[in-house]
Write a new protein. Sequence first.
Length: 375
Amino acid sequence: MRNNRGFSLVEMLVSSTILLIIIISIYFLISTTQTIHLSEGRKLDMNQAARAFEQMVCDNIRGAGSILSLLHTPTFVGSPVPFTGIYPLNNTSFPDGIMLASGDPKGVTEATAPFVAGSSPTTISVTTVVDPDDALLTAWHKDDIGMIARAEGYYMFKVTATPATTDTSLTIRATPVYYSGLLNTTNYNDLIDEHNSDANKKGNAYTYATDSPVIRLEYFNIFLTKVENGVRILTLTTDTEGVGDILNTSITDTRGVPIFTNIEDIQFEYVTKDTPPEFWASIATIGTSYSDPCSSSASATCTSFISQFTSRNISAVRVYVLFKTEEEVNKPQGSGIEFSRPVMGDIASAIIPVGRFHYSYMRYEVATRNYLILY
């Protein structure tokens, strides 16, 4: 009977304590492994976004600019056109934006009659719609986006019907894809109205004279940042139909398509062909400080800044991007870890508490293709 006795209370307490220690150790091992897995997954997503950003944004910058030369019709020689394929949307206290387009050399023609914008236009009379390399083909097709320009602005339209080779007009959608002066949001402005002789008229309220250049665009993209639920998102807009403010989230049909989330900051800097080159963020006193050249529409520095683009004087665009991961809510705050953000364009360096985020800083320099083909 003495050999059939059970465990003593001390034995039970010791074994329970050992088991509890094992369970707690396994729990912390699983929890730590899960935290590391989620953290590394967020970092991987951030790094993949950085690679996709390079392909989408930097490749667009590299391909923009062929439209520069295509605006040089006899009417406009000597008169700078404010949109030249690369247009800056710079800010001093918010991520920058950029407007990019590329023109198709085959789809270049001229208006043969005045085009009155803003009055539900449906056609643009042009010299030719024929492909210059093949008289049996047209350079224009349904759903193509084109642009008609004047000395102080531009109007982008969408073709609604493929013309015949014998046609001398383009049938277009009544609502423009975009027009100079449309962009006027809380953080962005395309500055065209400020430089017009009549600041009350925008690109959709002007008459585009005979001989105004008409160009088919290979692409037209606007990259802007907006904030949703406290998160900065980089958006891509290709058509602003029905949208008065393309970043107004209360408009349901906005064409500002989110492409990258958690963009902490993005800044663009423009390198001129001057010797030595100047570096334009908003505007720079070389090697010292930055200021906003376009805080006043009459500012001489703003006019100088914009003229760099209209005179095809930009040799490269520097892109600074600061990505961050999604918030790791399962990670305790107050780690004391900090991220040292370097100078980004006209934004000074800063120390950022990491907290529940990870950061990745990228810098690109993209050469532009400023074609000089006269026709």
